[in-house]
Design a protein around this ligand. Sequence first.
Ligand SMILES: [Fe+2]
Length: 357
Amino acid sequence: MSDFVRNTWYPLAWTREIGPALNKRRVLGDDLVVYRKSDGSVAALEDTCPHRLAPLSLGKLKGDLLECGYHGLTFDCSGHCVRVPGQKITVARPVVRSYPVAERMGLCWIWMGEPGLADPALIFDLPQYHDRENWSVAEGDALQIGTHYLELADNLCDPAHVSFVHLSTLGNAASEDVPVQYDKLPGKLVTWRWIVDAPAIPLFQKFGNFSGHVDRWHYYHYYAPSIAVIDFGSVPTGTGGPEGRRDNGIQIYACHFITPVDENTCIDHWLHVKNFQADEATNLALSEQFRIAFNEDKLILEAIHANAKRIADKDGKDARRNRMKLAIDASPATMRRMVRQMIEAERIQGAAERMPA
Ligand SMILES: [Fe+2]
């Protein structure tokens, strides 16, 4: 069974990456050709000509129309064939699948499921992203990781790894033995902990101007199936942070918008939103710290994925099944159950729709 939810919005690309030229993308294992139309909106079509299966991304844009590079069949953005060179042919229905696309938070989002359910109001939004008086935003990268997207989602429901993987940036030893808590809410999972009266992490020593110990929080907000927003920050110890006062310190939302490319690859579109204004140089320096940290995740996640595949190839079984289970795994396990339930609900809905009336 596929591990993909289809009826949801996925990040497709940064808005800045899509112009009036043909872009090739892959989402949920489907190859797509993507381009920006003359009215500014984005078209996404299956990247296959229905004639000889040539990738349409090897073709040409003729205005808003897409001409196949093999025999010149031409399609509009809804997938209708509007020209067959040398032959008069009219097909009433679309012959190339097209996908709804919308833009928000600097990203193009694509709906890979039933088009009639694609409501742009359902796209994730972070209010602080739009409040530029009190918050500032820096876009990061599209980090390709050679693993299944749920392995990355595991990592993003797991603050415990930070104490060991990110010691030069986001973590320090003070949090090693602090238990992780989690709360399951409708469609959402929050994994969190407070590290009270401890030295600031390296990132906040660089950017936070703390002179003494701090109270530090992690709230990992996971929105099924593929979005995680990490709210983390620190305030001087004893100034009321755990009771709710966060404005006298540094607070950052590190947003991870994950594109499941296929079973073995995902892309983490990351950006950060912070409660202070910064010049270009500071933003670049801060992004570089995140880049270091997220590449540390990439390194370990790709090694885990390769290990799991090697064990599966050797023993013919899922290497995840017999591993040790720890208290810190409760949140990632809940995340996996949430995604399985979404996939099962789609399967049942699809089966019901295929039943004869
Ligand atoms: Fe990490």
